[in-house]
Design a protein around this ligand. Structure first.
Ligand code: NAD
Length: 489
């Protein structure tokens, strides 16, 4: 591993995300040697903390993930500093700039600057503008911006935000976080496809019947209700995570495995996603909201939710690509809260053999050939499986399903970095493979906006699904209409 040299300036240092994910991720990079002597973390937020108070907070957050070995806590927090800072006050940036310059000298970071925005999105544009106007960009090191989600709430607001950011940072300096892209098995989609003739040669409309993507959550909105009620599942999960997974499944093979080429192919895939008319959107999208659960609370009675809310906590959809590869192959996607389980998976359903020659064999009336299904398990247990048809042991000739399975061992899981750790590392190394480009985001929003607009002009019959199920019956009907069904029912 090559050592990374940089000063990381974090906006939102007292926030929830910083404490739960960002400090532990940086500490892990430190433990593993990716960060060593030549880095510093400068936390900022409005709280009037001292360096010592900040270090105590960082220490508290990293304690939760690892034992202190060989004084690693102390060694790490010696690189952590704090500057009280109001992002809306331009003068405060002058002081911030001085502190960054001091840390650059102290830690020999070669003037590399990484800015991380972990705050309410309404501040993103303001921070970028002040970074430029107050001269916080480095002249001779790198300047990078890592930015949290959500990236806008529709195409127009995303475009506006992007315009504001690109007045300070170039597209290739902007790292837009989508933590699904930091997941081991999402990254594995490319290896599975482009590393295997046995898979990629079948990866098209000749052999694939349909592809299903499920992001299932078993929890309700919890303490994020206020935010969620303004957002809904379409914005919160479909526009970003689902679109990113779908793009990796649908894209053509990149010329080389580099960030530029991969992002280009993903962007092309999203451009070939059929943009629905309002009528098509209404026919191909299903929304849901959960009803009374165990504690007798339905979504509309959750704390922070409007009692007449028509926000969806569930979305299922049929997507179509206008490309040679995917002609006539639907991608069915779904996500929701308070569903039957917490898991993320992709099911690739292959076509049946054109002819079932076993149907004439003795005893076969009880068994029909099944479709082969390749499953990519993303969460919680990473792995793949492939179901085949095999001869049932014994006299006569009956077939039965046989499953090939591969799951990561506990050892492999222990070696898998958390998404935030991986993404932090990639941004520090200047590798943008696993970050969403503007072009991808723009296309995803334009696709989603049509549906949002249709939904915002009609009142749904909510609530319409029971906690602990896989969603409203309309989601089953969406596939039944095509003579298909969800692999996970
Ligand atoms: P938070 O509300 O917990 O923290 C916000 C931070 O901003 C605090 O440090 C606060 O002091 C600071 N702040 C607010 N106003 C300020 C001002 N005027 N000047 C300077 N600092 C100010 O938010 P969070 O949950 O940590 O989320 C941060 C970002 O990460 C958001 O973009 C959010 O959408 C995203 N995100 C969070 C989570 C999560 O699990 N918390 C998950 C995904 C994405």
């Amino acid at each position: 591993s090559t050592e990374i040299k940089a000063v990381i300036t974090l906006f939102g240092a007292t926030g929830d995300l910083a404490k739960r994910k960002l400090y532990p991720s940086l500490f892990n990079l430190f433990r593993k040697g990716f960060l060593a002597d030549n880095f510093a973390l400068l936390g900022t937020s409005r709280s009037a903390w001292s360096d010592e108070e900040f270090q105590a907070n960082v220490r508290e957050s990293i304690q939760k993930i690892a034992e202190d070995k060989d004084g690693q806590y102390d060694a790490f927090v010696k690189h952590c500093f704090y500057q009280p800072h109001d992002v809306t006050n331009p003068e405060h940036y002058d002081k911030l700039n001085d502190r960054i310059a001091d840390l650059e000298t102290k830690f020999g970071t070669e003037n590399n600057r990484l800015f991380y925005m972990s705050m309410a999105p309404r501040f993103f544009g303001t921070i970028a503008a002040n970074i430029k106007s107050q001269g916080l960009l480095s002249d001779d090191g790198f300047n990078r911006l890592v930015i949290e989600k959500p990236f806008g709430r529709d195409f127009e607001s995303a475009k506006q935000l992007n315009k504001e950011l690109t007045e300070t940072f170039d597209e290739n300096q902007i790292y837009r976080i989508d933590h699904y892209l930091g997941k081991e098995m999402v990254q594995n989609i490319s290896a599975l496809r482009f590393g295997n003739t046995a898979i990629e040669s079948l990866w098209n409309h000749r052999y694939i019947d349909n592809i299903q993507v499920t992001l299932s959550e078993d929890m309700g909105v919890e303490e994020r209700a206020g935010y969620y009620d303004q957002s809904g599942a379409l914005r919160d999960m479909v526009q970003n995570h689902i679109m990113q997974v779908v793009a990796q499944l649908a894209m053509e093979q990149p010329l080389t495995f580099t960030d530029q080429e991969i992002r280009e192919e993903k962007a092309k895939a999203l451009r070939s996603l059929r943009k629905y008319t309002p009528q098509e959107a209404a026919a191909n999208f299903v929304r849901g909201q959960y009803a009374a659960g165990d504690n007798n609370n339905d979504y509309r009675h959750e704390d922070g939710v409007d009692p007449e809310s028509i926000t969806e906590t569930y979305v299922a959809a049929k997507l179509s690509f206008d490309s040679e590869r995917w002609a006539g192959v639907p991608f069915y996607v779904r996500t929701g809260k308070l569903l039957a389980g917490k898991f993320t998976r992709v099911d690739v359903v292959f076509k049946k053999p054109l002819l079932d020659i076993f149907s004439n064999a003795a005893n076969s009336h009880e068994q029909k050939l099944n479709q082969n299904v390749l499953t990519i398990y993303i969460d919680p247990k990473p792995g793949f499986s492939l179901t085949l048809n095999a001869k049932k042991v014994g006299q006569g000739y009956t077939t039965e399903p046989a499953m090939l399975e591969f799951f990561h061992s506990d050892e492999q899981k222990a070696l898998s970095p958390e998404p935030y750790e991986r993404l932090f590392h990639d941004a520090l190394e200047g590798n943008s493979t696993n970050f969403a480009s503007w072009s991808e985001i723009a296309d995803a929003w334009q696709f989603v906006d049509v549906i949002r607009d249709v939904w915002d002009h009609e009142s749904p019959e909510f609530p319409n699904y029971t906690p602990g199920t896989m969603g409203p019956k309309e989601a089953d009907e969406l596939l039944a209409r095509d003579g298909r069904e969800w692999v996970v029912k």
